[in-house]
Ligand binder design. Sequence first.
Ligand SMILES: Nc1ncnc2c1ncn2[C@@H]1O[C@H](COP(=O)(O)OP(=O)(O)OP(=O)(O)O)[C@@H](O)[C@H]1O
Length: 942
Amino acid sequence: MGPIDEPKVSFLSILTHHRELLVSRLRSVQCVLDNLSACGFLCEEDVEIVQRTLTKTDQVRKILELVQCKGEEACEYLIFIIYKVCDAYIDLQPWLREINYNPSNDMTVMKVVNTDPISRYCEKMRCEMSRDTSFIMSYGQQEETHLEDLYTDTLMELLNDCNESLGFMENLDQLLGDHAVFNREGETVYVMGDAGVGKSILLQKLQNLWSKKELQTDAIFFFKFRCRMFSMFSKDTEQISLRDLLFKYNCYPDHDPDNEVFDYILRFPEKVVFTFDGYDEIQEDLDLMNVPEVVSPEDKAHPLQLLISLLCGKLLKGSQKVLTARTGIEIQSKVIKKKVVLRGFSPDHMKTYINLHFKEQEHRDLVSVQLDASPHLSGLCSTPLFCWIVLKSFRHLHSMHDSFQLPETCITLTDIFLLLSEVFLSHTALPAPSLLKKSTRCPSETFKSGLRPLSAFSKLALQSMERARLICTQEEIAACGLTDEDLPLGFIKPVSEFNDRGAPANFEFLHITLQSFLAAFALVLDEQAPVNSILKFFAECSRKREPFCMLFDFCTRDTSKPSEDKPFATNEHLQFTNLFLCGLLSKAHIGLMENLVSPALLKKKRSLLKSYLSTSVKSHLHGLPHYSVEEGKKVHVLPNFLWMLRCIFETGSKEIAQMTAKGITASLIKLGYCNVYSGDCTALNFVLQHRQKLLGLDMDNNNISDYGVKQLRPSFCKMTVVRLCVNHLSDSSIEVLAEELCEHKVVEVLGLYNNDITDVGAKLVARIIEECPKLRVVKIGKNKLTSVGGEYLARAIQKSTSIFDVGMWGNCIGDEGAEAFAEALRHHPSLTNLSLSANGITSKGGKLLAEALKENSVLRIFWLVQNEMTDDAAPHLAEFVKANTGLTHFWLISNQFTVQGMKHLAEALTQNTNLKEICVKGNQLSEEEEKQFVAEKRLRFH
Ligand SMILES: Nc1ncnc2c1ncn2[C@@H]1O[C@H](COP(=O)(O)OP(=O)(O)OP(=O)(O)O)[C@@H](O)[C@H]1O
């Protein structure tokens, strides 16, 4: 209601008019009473009268009566309370808008205190959350960066329950929204991604947005947990209640004598969001799951059980949960409602990220040029963690030394973490950069002078890894010889949130990958342990593991049976340790390591590792199951093979690479769904370049991107099968493929389904078709081709004599593209399998195709599913069906045929006995109408 000069509105009559609504929606009566009495509108006796009234609704009625007796000002003040304490009276906010309430000038000076425990708790939560999430992981504890100054979007791909892409998320609001939900029964949004791809930062951003009310959600409570916390509790003794889990380990409700907050959470679980970060890090022995499951919020249980009960919806059913884990941790679909996989930075994201890091254009250019020149480094930098290390190290070392360039040679992950350690250790070795006269960089000197803290941190990393703990106590830190001065170097950071208030801080490594690196360093530096102890984690990793679905079996299985589950969710941190061990013991780093460990011992360790790797590669390859397929002998490698490749690359050993290349006896290796990312392609190429014989490579459904294709360039010369479907490739990848495949002309199968290829790429694929005489199969469905691209391909296919299988499903070639294909089919002598489904083809295109195909006796299988053909096309298609003698399967699902069109097709079928079936499901026939065609069984409606 308006300022003074506007016509006066009677608040008294507003209250009378809206009495019913207020009685039903006004909650938190105490807060109203507190404020009305504090401002003198109600006296003590009035308050008592209200409190003596039994039900809440009667209390509201009484309050309304009382304030109305007290006059206009009291009435407006009641509305003002609702206006000011909006969280407590959230249900009445639309009403305030409806009555167009604006506080009068007299009102705005009046005080309102929020005494509503629930909204006070929300406020406290938002405030603490904002404080906890505003800064990004500090670097050497020397500087803190605002999340807003560095957070950059990453590729967030939505998947369905079969892990097929549903496109990319546009913003974080979509994470909690209904978009791409595939299971309404599930309550958990599952976010997957590789090490360092930004899962924790994504949650941090989500939490930060919520704390600032910038997230589209009506959740008023937000509890954040890191899963590693759950294994901090002793298995046998520590049991806590749900209330303690929420309040002691998140945010405590200060003024809530009647437990209203917890009661509210139990009554309205849909107002709660939980985030659980790092499900892969739970390292608790799951035998503890044998105790009965928790379903009552009052029961005490081990925190891990509470976690599982929450995720399964046995506790606080209806609350929203976001769970993150490393890729490869499978969780039962029934608890998941939506899946998101993080794919790291795209080239554009990386540009934005570089600009955020460097204010000076000169630095931005310098870094961009170096990254552009090295697809391998760019590939590594598509993982935000590695990008962060590279850019930060660049900045630091550039400011410290005369000229620092990023290493030009093939940089490995070990190099990246050595760079990070060098930066940390340089804090001990040198005075502050501003006081420093720029010096020449000498990494060996920095490592030598920092050897004491480096060994101590490495020892700590190894010990906690051996104990399967990611959190280190003060005692453990001191026992490794670390002093207070060492702690700020940057390797570790405090984790106060896991403590019961008041306990001294625990620490954790800056990132678990850094812990793996330092553990590997410890294995190399240790002069006491037997040499073969360097292999301890290889042994651990080679042991077979059960697929990690067990935690959730708990929700359904008979809990009286003892569990045989393994204690670790994943051994990826150990795999990383092995990888860094290979890097540190590589030839490239002998010079550095000889300064830190005795050369004789180093030699022994190097040769032991090399012989171990050779033996295990041989036995791994020997043990792989082979299958016979059209293209020859096929082998589907296991994810462990990828780790092996990564290790071989880190060693830089040509001998082992050669031996591996030779050991691949199959003619086709299948690395589909192996979570290969662009950085891995360098490792794969490192091995394949030693292969003499031709080889097929199936890398469908990975994340190799354009950087990966560029890394594989030298290997394409021997590839007969190049399957790169679902890999986020753009036209620039096709440029590389066209150059290489056309030069070597050995390719037989080219799979490019579901990438980001446009007509520009289609022209290059057309060139490959024309110039590669052995090419038989081309799959380029679900890309971004228009009629232009369709025409390029059709013309090329017309000229090819080898092509027999072409998949174009899900492009946009329309009738013009169909016309070009009609022409190709009229003349093409060998095409037997063609899909032009989902391409916007109307009857016009259908007629042209049908006309052309009357003269074609070679085509066997023809797909025209999900187009826009109507009965107009039916007589023509029927003519083609009658005349064509080769066709065995014809797919016309989801077009617009009616009974009329169907009659033509049914009649044509009676005259062509070669044709096994025409699938016509999803056209415009009712069930009754479909029954008319029951006699012709080959006209399939189901
Ligand atoms: N979206 C982003 N914007 C800016 N920096 C990011 C982003 N994502 C990650 N980073 C950087 O990478 C580092 C590692 O990210 P984060 O800890 O979130 O990875 P993660 O996927 O949780 O890894 P892990 O599985 O190993 O725990 C962050 O501390 C930050 O410096």
